[in-house]
Design a protein around this ligand. Sequence first.
Ligand SMILES: [Zn+2]
Length: 258
Amino acid sequence: MIGSTNRDFSLEKFSQLCSAVADKYTFITMSEYVTAGDKLPERFVLMRHDVDKWAKNALKTASIEEKFGIKATYYFRNNKKAFVPDIIQDIEKMGHEVGYHYEVLSTAKGNYEKAIKLFERDVQKFRSICNLKTVCMHGAVLSKYDNRDLWKSYSLNDFGILGEAYLSAGESLNYFTDTGRGWNSKNNLRDFIPGKTEQFSAETTDDLIKLIESCEISNFYISLHPDRWKSNILNWSLFWIEDFVLNSGKKVLMAVRS
Ligand SMILES: [Zn+2]
């Protein structure tokens, strides 16, 4: 696998995925999805990107999608390397939706009042540079707090937010995430739609492409982390090692928690 042009989780493979999707499906962004009501397209793909570390990696996947005429949704964490206004604005200009990847409950260590103040501050920060419509929790696997729990006590409406990438996802969406290196892998503690068991899974991106090409499924909700998709073999290898260590750690966490 290593060294071939067919490496999984490379930008080349990402292009192949985009090509397959662009051929067979139409695209909607998260805000289009949450406001569509019963007017959803018959066949669609909702492509979501969580930008955890490097905004510049998101610029690469966004440009590839633009070439294929794909409109995706990008969520940026509020940290130095992910929140880069120029890049966020460039990606928005390509026609993609941009949003806020929040983790305020884990940052505030479970203090809800503190968390919601941080949320409000960050929403203003995003609104000062882009058109913020939807948000998406950051999984924060090493934290015991689930950032989505904030919405058991507060309302997204109060902030003019149309939807949350997990909580607003309907039962009929087929969710696929690259968390844990694989699609819907077992190395995944928090990245799933609450209360839903996915019918489909794919081990490799080639499997996912085959599923797309078969047109068996009416929709795909694909969640990707641009940080994982590398063109450079050295960066790719480093991330493979990081994933391996993280997945091993998650196995320990899962054993402890169960
Ligand atoms: Zn994240």
